[in-house]
Design a protein around this ligand. Structure first.
Ligand code: GLU
Length: 510
């Protein structure tokens, strides 16, 4: 019988979650939901040196904003609680000791200073030091020292670590669901530290394997920066006797810079003017970085854009809701090579989502902006304005520059439009138009259109000239939706007032 699908997102709280990390979480989530399985959040905080206060809260808030719900995790709890590794401290030592007892690991007593010195000596000879099978028997390890010395050092609280004893010249055959079969000769690998006595904590490798096993993780889906650790992870499963229930692995390719060259890094956003983080981040030392949420992106647009950076639904659909993404998701459709991030495309996604939002939701988002400009407008009016301009906007923050004239009369008139239209008979005809408008009782766009067009036809006036002069008076510039719609929304009195004000301010053309 196939085992239940259980996947985990296992970030280390070392800072804000980069969009590559959000994508990893998203693919885990989509896979879990598609397979009817569980999505777990485990916080891997065993590296106290790199711990950043506020990072865990940021991670959970960001994933919540994206609409990913955990079945088990630090906040949700669950059958494998606790889900924060620092709270599972007691669990790991027994496994490190088991590995020592079975000969798969050993104690090492070299101090950081001693290792630094060895490294420096190697460098002086133009070589790079690796803690591996070539040196482990000549350093201060339990492979070299007699067992009494080893026991005595442990008893006397001499600092020690437990290192994995990497086998010599063995080919590890691995399978990755995205990359296929991979092979590595163990002689190229070093003896990683698994456990440290200084803080009684395991390192990433041991804690990660032990927890994936205890939490019955069926698939590990993570970034390709972890691929080099895969041979060690395979060997740890084997050494602990867990190879039969070892999870399947899928390593996701990198997100690349917009230029296509190199990994999209945390610094790129601020350098190139786009966010690389889901939410704005304020670091404990006062640095701030942009976030998609605060920059005005809709969570659905951000998620949709991210999903397609490295995966495709197998057809040419581009706009997919979370439900549709779940339905369509498969690891087979994840690409093997890096995906270039395109900030322009991110904006395009937002514009697509903005267009389909209902006007009432947009009005709620626009109202606070209007209030900032000192405008108090009723919701129905704001909804209608949103309906008229949303096709032209990318963000709600574009609304004001696209629709200010619905709420405030223009104070000045754009030179270009004035030079083009405020000439010849146009001002005089605008005055006539005002008088026509004054007679229209039922001030709806259709009625306006009918009445104004008949008047233009009867007089055989040039339609473009009249309407553009009308627009100049009402909007102050050459932009916006149909004049009839604008006039209907601002109402008859305001329309007439604005025509009068333009006639007054612009006067007779020279
Ligand atoms: N804690 C690791 C990270 O920060 C997890 C890697 C994994 O998923 O195994 O990415």
């Amino acid at each position: 019988m196939d085992r239940r699908v259980r996947v985990r997102f296992a970030p280390s709280p070392t800072g804000p979650l980069h969009m590559g990390g959000v994508r990893t979480a998203l693919y885990n989530y989509l896979f879990a939901k598609k397979m009817g399985g569980d999505f777990i959040l485990r916080i891997e905080d065993t590296d106290s040196q790199r711990f950043v206060p506020g990072a865990e809260k940021y991670i959970t808030e960001a994933l919540n904003w994206c609409g990913m719900k955990f079945d088990e995790g630090v906040n949700e709890g669950g059958p494998c609680a606790p889900y924060r590794q620092s709270e599972r401290k007691e669990i790991y030592l027994q496994y490190a000791l088991q590995l020592v007892a079975s000969g798969h690991a050993y104690y090492a007593f070299d101090s950081a200073e001693e290792l630094d010195k060895i490294r420096a000596d190697y460098e002086a000879q133009g070589k790079t030091f690796a803690y591996n099978y070539l040196v482990r028997e000549s350093l201060q390890t339990s492979l070299n020292l007699d067992s009494e010395t080893v026991q005595e050092r442990i008893r006397n609280n001499h600092n020690w670590v437990i290192r994995f004893k990497m086998p010599v010249d063995r080919i590890v055959k691995m399978h990755d669901l995205i990359r296929g079969d991979v092979e590595v000769n163990t002689s190229t690998l070093d003896d990683k530290v698994l456990y440290k006595s200084t803080d009684s904590l395991p390192t990433y490798h041991l804690a990660n394997i032990v927890d994936d096993h205890l939490m019955e993780i069926s698939h590990v889906i993570r970034g390709e920066e972890w691929l080099p650790s895969l041979p060690l992870h395979y060997l740890l499963y084997e050494a602990l006797g867990w190879q039969d229930s070892q999870p399947k692995f899928a390593h996701l390719p990198l997100l690349l810079k917009p230029t296509g060259k190199g990994k999209l890094s945390k610094r790129d956003g601020d350098k190139m003017g786009f966010p690389v983080f889901p939410l704005e981040w304020h670091s404990p030392d006062g640095e701030t970085a942009h976030g998609y949420r605060e920059d005005g992106y809709f969570a659905e647009a951000f998620v949709n854009m991210l999903a397609l950076l490295g995966w495709n639904p197998g057809d040419d659909r581009e706009i997919l809701s979370m439900e549709e993404l779940i339905e369509a998701f498969s690891l087979e459709h994840c690409g093997k090579s890096g995906s270039r991030f395109d900030p322009e495309k991110a904006r395009w996604f937002n514009a697509q989502y903005l267009k389909t939002k209902d006007n009432s939701e947009l009005a709620d988002l626009y109202q606070p902006i209007l209030e900032n400009y000192g405008v108090k407008a009723d919701k129905t009016m704001v909804e209608k304005v949103c309906g008229l301009i949303k096709e032209r906007a990318t963000f709600v923050s574009d609304f004001w520059s696209l629709s200010d004239y619905f709420f405030v009369a223009p104070e000045s008139f754009e030179d270009k439009a004035v030079n083009k239209f405020w000439k010849g008979e146009n001002p005089n005809r605008l005055q006539q138009l005002r008088d026509v408008i004054a007679t229209i009782e039922d001030f709806r766009a259709e009625v306006l259109e009918h009445t104004i067009h008949s008047w233009i036809e009867q007089n055989q006036y040039p339609m473009g000239q009249i309407m553009n002069t009308f627009r100049l008076a009402i909007v102050g510039r050459s932009m916006g939706p149909s004049m009839m719609e604008i006039a209907e929304l601002i109402g008859r009195d305001q329309t007439i007032q604005r025509i009068n004000s333009a006639l007054d301010k612009l006067g007779n053309p020279a």
